[in-house]
Design a protein around this ligand. Structure first.
Ligand code: UDP
Length: 479
């Protein structure tokens, strides 16, 4: 079986953005695509990463590729393959660039040997597809080592790094040292934040492009109140008989109809939440850095110390019994559950620990969509964050978001204007106080939500992302 696989892409029309962004913005994007098309003269723009499913990068690629193809560009997507040992090393590298130890293994010559050898085998297959003059975007550390081989084959190579650390440390240095021998010859790189650019590449070769969401995917598509309620009753988060004529149907990205069939696994003391009860929601993977525990404890302070009106908390994430690729998930969920059991009953009756079904990615997405839309406040109290797509998603739904001032969240929320930033994510009293302040002031919540949506419209929709990529590729082609 070949290592390199092509991922099929749907063609999506840019026309869908007209009601959101206006005709001019869409025409400008098309004109840029047309110019690029001519300059490419039949050449292809290849994206190369290591997975077609799971994670924000794959989600963004599906949508960006679709719109780029809709604009007439020949953009394609390939995934590389390798043995588990290769992916163990690239995961180690991934952790290092985040400033963490991961499995603590050495990134030494033996690791280089496995990494480079695997990528050489992938390169043999890639050279059958990529022609001189084609553009190749390599995403993240996994395919980074292909760069020298692709450059030698006459391709124009860009490296897109989706991760990074706010502060550098020994691990970060180690990660960049490992990659340097493959990346030093690449003249064009894209990072999500200025701070993520390592010192060695602060020489004009780096551009900054922030991630984006697809306003028309199951995760973000507009849902009316009836649909939101139907979905949340159906999965078990809200109480009540399902409203008559259930409309928890949605349109899949390939145009076929989908339905929410599965339920969530929910741990709680009493009843499901009532439709009228204000809801604080955090949706995250069960990862220690998302600090679900801290959200629970902060919520407990809110209920005990502030004369809050009745309010519920939903902590939602993927079902840890089903997700095989997140080894920390079960332990984190267990810790949150233990902390839940330690709370007095008066708190526990307001807390809902929801494990969402994951078997069908778009079903999962539309459930997250409904939950974010129903939330009175969305929290993202992460201790560390690359960008934080959950924040963008909630802002797009005009929710007031209370989130930590870490990583890319700081680029999204302007404190007090389009959300609330927590300077110290470990300060639970302040978190509880901010929850109380926003819950108690409906006008403030609405103002924050409206500004949040406007900010996403301006900065974090896929079309902006495409235009930035287009301009960078154009510069690469004229260079
Ligand atoms: N997500 C999801 N279902 C879940 C939990 C998370 O679809 O049960 C999504 C979430 O909506 C977001 C992505 O996973 O689109 C997480 O991206 P983010 O940048 O917030 O954090 P990461 O998990 O990449 O650290």
């Amino acid at each position: 079986m070949p290592l390199v696989q092509e991922v099929p892409a749907q063609v999506r029309s840019l026309e869908r953005f007209v009601p959101l962004l206006g005709q001019t913005a869409v025409d400008e994007a098309r004109a840029l695509a047309q110019g690029l098309h001519e300059r490419l003269a039949g050449g292809v723009i290849w994206n190369v990463n290591s997975t077609a499913v799971g994670g924000g990068v794959a989600e963004m690629l599906h949508s960006l590729l679709g719109y780029a193809r809709g604009a007439g560009l020949d953009v394609r997507w390939l995934t590389i393959g390798g043995a588990p040992e290769f992916f163990r090393i690239t995961k180690r590298l991934h952790h290092a660039l985040h400033g963490e130890h991961g499995d603590g293994s050495a990134l030494d010559e033996a690791a280089h040997h496995v990494y480079a050898k695997t990528l050489s085998r992938n390169a043999v297959e890639l050279r059958e597809l990529v022609r001189p003059g084609d553009v190749v975007l390599l995403h993240d550390p996994q395919p980074a080592g292909l760069a020298p081989m692709l450059l030698a084959a006459g391709a124009r190579v860009l490296w897109r790094c989706h991760i990074g650390a706010d502060e550098t440390n020994e691990e970060v240095e180690l990660g960049w040292r490992f990659l340097a021998r493959y990346l030093d010859g690449v003249g064009c790189m894209i990072f999500s934040r200025q701070r993520y650019v390592p010192a060695r590449y602060r020489d004009g070769r780096a551009s900054i492009v922030q991630p984006s969401i697809d306003a028309f995917s199951a995760k973000n598509i507009e849902l009316d109140e009836h649909t939101v309620r139907s979905i949340l009753v159906h999965v078990g988060i809200l109480e009540g008989p399902p409203p008559p004529s259930p409309r928890y149907a949605f349109v899949r990205s390939d145009g076929t109809p989908g339905r929410v069939e599965r339920s969530a696994d929910i741990l709680r003391l009493g009843r499901a939440s009532a439709w009228e009860t204000p809801l604080v929601v955090q949706v995250s993977r069960w990862d220690p850095l998302k600090d679900m525990l801290g959200v629970l404890r902060g919520f407990s302070i809110l209920v005990q110390n502030h004369a809050a009106p009745t309010v519920d908390l939903v902590l939602a994430g993927p079902n840890v019994r089903a997700v095989a690729d997140d080894p920390e998930g079960p332990a984190v969920f267990e810790a949150v559950y233990r902390a839940f059991l330690e709370q007095p009953p008066a708190i526990r009756t307001h807390v809902h620990l929801a494990m969402l079904p994951t078997a069908d990615v778009e079903e999962n997405a539309v459930i997250v969509n409904a939950l974010q839309r129903h939330a009175t406040i969305v929290a993202q109290k992460s201790l560390h964050e690359g960008f934080g797509l959950t924040v963008t998603e909630a802002m797009w739904k005009a929710r007031p978001v209370i989130a930590s001032a870490v990583g890319g969240i700081q680029d999204q929320i302007e404190d007090g204007v389009s959300g609330v930033l927590l300077r110290d994510p470990t300060d639970l009293d302040t978190f509880a106080g901010e929850l109380h302040r926003v819950l108690a002031d409906r006008a403030l919540a609405e103002r924050l939500g409206a500004a949040a949506r406007a900010r996403v419209r301006e900065r974090f929709l896929g079309i902006r992302h495409l235009v930035q990529y287009g301009a960078i590729i154009e510069r690469l082609l004229v260079a």
